[in-house]
Design a protein around this ligand. Sequence first.
Ligand code: BES
Ligand code: MN
Ligand code: MN
Length: 464
Amino acid sequence: MNTIKTYIKKHKQRFIDELIEILKFPSISANSDYKKDVLITADFVLESLKKAGCDIVEMCETPGYPIIYGEKIIDKNLPTVLVYGHYDVQPADPIELWTSPPFEPVIKKTAIHPEGAIFARGACDDKGQMYMHIKALEYMTSTNNLPCNVKFMIEGEEEIGSESLAWFVPRNIEKLVNDVILISDTGMIANDIPSITTGLRGLSYVEVEVTGPNRDLHSGLYGGAVANPINILTKMIASLHDENNHITIPGFYDNVEELSTEERAEMAKAPFSLENYKDALKIEDVYGEKGYATNERNAIRPTLDVNGIWGGYTGEGAKTVIASKAYAKISMRLVPNQDWKQITQLFKKHFESIAPKAVSVKVIPHHGGQGYVTPIDTIAYKAASKAYETSFGKTPIPQRSGGSIPIVALFEEHLKSKTILMGFGLDSDAIHSPNEHFGIWNYLKGIETIPYFYKYFTELNATK
Ligand code: BES
Ligand code: MN
Ligand code: MN
């Protein structure tokens, strides 16, 4: 297998050029103006899978954006790896904060990526990471190094909640049968500290609407006498955390999985510098739930955050007005055992109950999903760990992430298989932010590591 390094060296420029091509499509799933671009991206992925050696490729229609399916089955008795990824991206705004246009990829050097990083929306999340798998497949098929069967399932709605995939999976259980699901859509600690993501948080996303008077009012004539929905909404939101930053929704913590002292001690061993963390974000201090460390607060603890809040007059100058309505979008990150649908209900009930009679409240649930924890005593994890040992020369650290890929829990429910999260991005890669980028080194390291996973997974399965 030492040929993977040689193969990458030889094809490096083409690998980069191809990624740049796919990054030029603004495949923003959230905005229907980009529908054509999302569909063009789907075609690009399908063609890439064909060229990389899949025997079957299909554009699977769904109620939403198509799912691209590909497979190469070499022997029914060998294990099957199912690769998942997404070709859609987050909106690029605020566009004015990008130092180069989000869909005109350019390579720039950074302090963390001295060899250069590709700057573009989707570079890391998830086009770059998804494409690593297609290039790893190309290597394995073209050099006769594919040791087992492989299936691909690449969707176009991850960033908006994977609704169509949730529809597709239970309808295609036979087609998707596999021994392990492999995903690169997370990150690692640092380029010299490889880690494997062993957990994802669940999610409940809601929108709230507070209505006061039936029309906007003169804030002088009516101010003080009627409820101001913005004042009320902000007060209600503020009351959702207590002085210790615990969430005040009754029942919210009921099913939260509490980690043992040993497990927390194990977690604390992962390298983490609070000083660097604060420095990278230019903050004087961190902030969060009392009794937990920073890397616990953002991984093993549930949270509630306002993602957006609006209402009233926000244009130039001043306008004296009491708005009729105020709105907010709120996300709750959940941990294993918390049921996202139940949490959504608890939120709704509580939020409605704390509203004064002077306003009416609507809670509109959006998407959500369950958290996920992957065991580390499995063949799949051991194979992944060995793969990193081979390509990085270091044993990867298992680490739970705070992000969410809600479809992973659904995969387990329907397909009964575990997921391995081999992410090669860094927290500083600015996913979902302006100037998202993906290190060239990371991109190539991913392509190098993936074939080793296939090799060790097949070998370990043969000797079990
Ligand atoms: N790839 C991310 C999730 C992620 C990133 C997990 C880094 C762990 C580390 C994914 O595309 C994403 O953004 N998920 C959304 C949820 C989705 C339902 C919109 C999220 O976590 O906000
Ligand atoms: Mn992603
Ligand atoms: Mn994302």
